[in-house]
Design a protein around this ligand. Structure first.
Ligand SMILES: Cc1cc2nc3c(=O)[nH]c(=O)nc-3n(C[C@H](O)[C@H](O)[C@H](O)COP(=O)(O)O)c2cc1C
Length: 251
């Protein structure tokens, strides 16, 4: 299916193509019939179930954060047989992200370069969708919620943003990911330093009360010693693990 659609998608600007696919998935995912069609195209379940963090994953392949930032297409992605979906990055308030164009294809390198800057509808819009999906019993597989700060929130108040999103969406995620590693929000990655990390993560762990897994998403560009430091803080605070890794700033 992808082979068939690829020339059509590649004839459009990358972000427009992404929007177009989200639009299709939204329409198909909204009806039982549409979901059945998607499932048929996607094929059968594999049988390599994984248990981790108290959750069951049907197989190892899920959808990473950034594809469905605002929880628009969860039913379609589950019908496509992703074993989990990580929505987000979700910020407290809606924001437009960086100016366009902000996504470029490099087909010869099988690569995409992005500088999105967390465009999104904000946590309340996401919550509304999750409430509706839950009422319709469409949250059939694990949903991760990736949380971040608004671009206009000063770095010293970043903690408030992460705490707001975690509190607001706590009932709806099966696990949560603290995103301090996207390269497109100025200053964000400095939160990966040991002292900033501890100050940021401790209050978040208090909110979870160990009831749901909280993970830290790190940049692939960290120096080895910084990666070790981040891992030690994750351990020290009793977090569930790390998501490795975010978008690189290297080409
Ligand atoms: C267009 C695009 C948008 C992304 N948006 C987010 C995001 O909002 N939050 C996040 O944590 N990661 C985001 N990512 C990173 C992915 O979740 C994933 O960590 C990364 O793409 C994996 O690295 P790779 O693409 O080099 O394999 C985004 C990636 C792309 C390509």
């Amino acid at each position: 299916m992808y082979e068939l659609l690829r020339p059509l998608l590649f004839s459009a600007d990358p972000e427009k193509a992404h929007e177009r696919v989200l639009g299709w998935l939204e329409i198909f995912g909204d009806s039982a019939r549409g979901r059945k069609i998607i499932s048929r195209v996607a094929g059968k379940d594999s049988t390599s179930q994984i248990r981790a963090m108290g959750l069951t994953f049907e197989h190892p392949l899920g959808m990473a954060a950034g594809f469905d930032k605002d929880a628009r297409v969860l039913p379609a992605l589950f019908a496509l047989n992703f074993s989990y979906v990580e929505i987000g990055t979700v910020t407290p308030r809606p924001q437009p992200g960086n100016p366009k164009p902000r996504m470029w294809r490099f087909p010869e390198a099988h690569a995409l370069v992005n500088a999105m800057g967390f465009p999104g509808e904000g946590m309340l819009a996401v919550k509304k969708r999750l409430i509706s999906l839950r009422e319709r019993e469409l949250l059939t597989r694990p949903v991760g919620i990736n949380i971040g700060k608004n671009a206009t929130t000063p770095l010293e108040n970043a903690g408030d943003d992460y705490q707001s999103v975690l509190r607001e969406l706590f009932d709806f995620g099966d696990y949560f990911v603290v995103n301090v590693s996207s390269p497109n929000t100025p200053g964000l990655r400095t939160l990966q330093q040991a002292d900033s990390l501890r100050a940021l993560l401790s209050p978040l762990m208090e909110i979870t009360k160990n009831m749901k897994p909280l993970l830290l998403k790190v940049a692939p560009d960290l120096a080895d010693e910084d990666l070790v430091t981040a891992a030690s803080v994750v351990r020290e605070l009793g977090m569930a693990g790390m998501v490795c890794a975010n978008t690189s700033i290297r080409r």
